[in-house]
Design a protein around this ligand. Sequence first.
Ligand code: GTP
Ligand code: MG
Length: 258
Amino acid sequence: MANSNYEYVKSFEVEDRLMPSTWIVVRIDGCHFHRFSEDHEFDKPNDERALNLMNSCAMAMLEEFPDIVFAYGVSDEYSFILKKTSQLYERRASKILSLTVSFFSSVYGFMWKEFFPNKKLKYPPYFDGRVVCYPSAKILQDYLAWRQVDCHINNQYNTCFWALVKSGKSKMEAHNLLKGTQTQEKNELLFQQFSINYNTLPAMFRKGSCVFKDKVEDIVKFNEDGDPVRRYRKKVIVDHCDIIGKSFWTEHPNILAE
Ligand code: GTP
Ligand code: MG
């Protein structure tokens, strides 16, 4: 082989296989999205189009990589859960992480015009990512609960903050008014000053988005009597469920089945 004198360089490549029999979680996060959202005039505190775009990218991920069993997204971040037994790229961390961020970033740009038909993408959006392995369903569920609690805390704060700013307060005044307030006080502020019932705001804003495969019923045809013929199939769906409590996981035992 002509190249054999150089082949020794391959020995510098280090093993980066992720621990076997663990759930692999890849979390991606938009880089400088504070600036990106300003430059593209996202609605404050939540831009429905931007969140739906993130969700569509996540759905494309699940279609492309069947080993992903669940994804959870909020704001500019998304977590992807690969099944315990996944052998995707022999569980090599750098492969799994790099393909996730590159695929997601690429779909985000690709689908932009579908969600923002009248807004030009001013520069390329990009994402960072990290990968962590979780050894038990309990710890994995706690991880997801942690992200959803974060969604709740941030969304409630941001909803109050922007309501105050839109009502004429400066950002500093709004910040000071909210400093040290508890959940209940924030809900009361929203209700009393702005007639906003926090619990009736869109679930996507309050709970974030879950993407997973679920059984859906399709009517495939109608028989001679005009009765519908139904078939069940698995389809990637987006829902805004509570994943802090136990009920979601008991109602969907297949998602984390080993
Ligand atoms: P890095 O991730 O460290 O690069 O910083 P970042 O600027 O992306 O901030 P971070 O990831 O901590 O937070 C995401 C930011 O994106 C939020 O603070 C918002 O400024 C912005 N953002 C995300 N979703 C929305 C949205 O729906 N509407 C608006 N207006 N801004 C959003
Ligand atoms: Mg970010």
